[in-house]
Design a protein around this ligand. Sequence first.
Ligand code: CUA
Length: 410
Amino acid sequence: MKGWMSKLKAISALIVLSLVLSGCGEPFLSALQPKGEGSEMIFDLMILSIVIMLFVFVVVMVIYTFVIIKYRRKKDDDPNFIPKQTEGNHALETLWTVIPIILLIILAVPTIQYTFALADTSPEVNEEGEEEDSLWINVTGAQYWWHFEYEGLEVSTSQELYIPTDRKVYLSMTSQDVIHSFWVPTIAGKMDVNPTGNTNEMTLLAKEEDVYWGKCAELCGPSHSLMDFKVVAVSPGEFEQWVQDMQGVTGEEVPESATAQEGQQLFADNCMTCHAIGADPNKMGPNLTNFGDRTKLAGVEDYNKKNIVEWIQTKGKDMKPGNLMTSAPYELSDEEASKIAEYLMTLSPSDITTENAEDGVYKDSDLSSLFPEEEEETEEENGENTEEQGNEENTEQTNEENNEEQTDDQ
Ligand code: CUA
């Protein structure tokens, strides 16, 4: 009776545990509810490997149970009976060598295919067979925040990465101190960022508008677990507007209220060495261009004036232990810190915010306004071609060769 009870307890615990664990993961932070191209591929591989594992488990358990029941020693069996020995049975050994090989091949083919597909950062090709312009974003990891610089667009931001949906976004990634790992589980896989000078590349393709949560997935110091960030996926038309609004920011914009104006002066005197407002990428601390639109303070704390003042006054010592700002030399009164907070909260250059990622409104765009330099590039290429042709004696032949080369490349 006692043994039966403990078995019942164990089974109930297992049921409760599986119910609790199956509820794990919010939709905006779960690799099990993929909303991006990369995460879908990874999810498919997970399902495939689970199916194969289940198949092996079931087959083994069926044979095991069958053998236990069928060949159990009966009461009237001869106790000295030794069953027929099958050591060195060629058919059996071949069978249990070939089956795992087949299973591994089934697993390996899509895994290798997807690995190369996920590492592919070549430009996308549209329906007419033309290469589309690629939106590249330089990502820099730092203790304990992320910097995002939109290449060629004069837009920088940090902590909250705005991207368009339904369009591949290309990330060029590095670190300014130690190794971090960029991970937005709902959209894509992980990518390490290294401080040693090499740049890693990956792509993001979000299929639905939403605010996706990102984590640093590499132990990087005392506040590693607090190194959260967001990916704000808005429709392409809204993204285009966001970029245009962000491009206009210089940091000189004068806020409306007198308190915020005083805060702006205090910010300029005490904070501008490390922080930028506008596209300036060469700062040690997070870019604050659209700080007023942030959903979280420092990636993890509730976004409100009280917390911002506390952050300024404690330099984030307890909110994010080990962060670089703790060595900043400024000293401010609570009143001054409050004025700076008020100023920072006015920094909202765009009407496009996280709300647009959640309101279900979709504005389409091919983002062509973000790539005006396309024609110049073609001219440059033509220029190079002409030079090459000039150097050759037989211009016509070279032209043909060039055309052939280009066709081959495509
Ligand atoms: Cu950065 Cu962990």
